[in-house]
Design a binder for this molecule. Sequence first.
Ligand code: SIN
Length: 257
Amino acid sequence: MLSARIAVRPLSGAGGAEISGVDVARTLDAATVSVIRAALNEHCVVFFRDQDLDVERHKAFARCFGEIFVHPLLREANADPEVVMVRREPGDVSYFGEAWHADTTMCDEPPLGTILYGIEVPPYGGDTLFANQYLAYETLSDGMKKMLSGLGAVHSHGETRSIHPVVRTNPETGRKMLFVNEFHAKEFVGMTEAESRPLLKFLFEHGNRPEFTFRFRWRKGSIAFWDNRSTKHIALGDTGPFHRLMRRIQIRGDRPA
Ligand code: SIN
């Protein structure tokens, strides 16, 4: 039965919503899962505060939305292939998530979503920024939309490559979004990297316009659950002298179309 206390509160004009009245560590009923899924489709990222989530409950929460995605390039490195620990130490110059990206789009079926849980969070700094790729698509001119329709892009990481449409549709809502990100998208299908670069650069920068972005300030026990189809994100590098430790579990997605 749906809790009477569940509330979804939008955080900005661009996206993001905080969900209260849900104890994520408990077994969730179908009505609660469907409220969360609808909020994810509408707001692109949902946030929860003050949650106490061990690894098994974290996995159980992820499984409410699909099977767990195993990262093909990290599976060997991790003690548990279903879990990625995202760690930052004082003085780190390079770190996980430091450029705008969507997760793991070099795969044929990139994750539908990612659930990140804050274990050790700095008193300030280390926020995560998100950018709404529905708005990025919808604000393009009709001429640009026409040019992008039917265009594919090569996404890669190391030896792993895949081709995805530049404009993708959320099959649950029918809404279209821009689907290229600076970390993985290298060139358009049928064009060289040099030919692709100017338009890709425009699309990357357009996708990060300030009015499409929203920012999450972490606390210990916070969860950010993002729709990896309709958002890009970046972890900010201002943690200075502090440690930051998050646990990440991803949910399997479908082939972008
Ligand atoms: C990620 O890019 O998956 C991690 C984001 C973060 O650490 O805020």
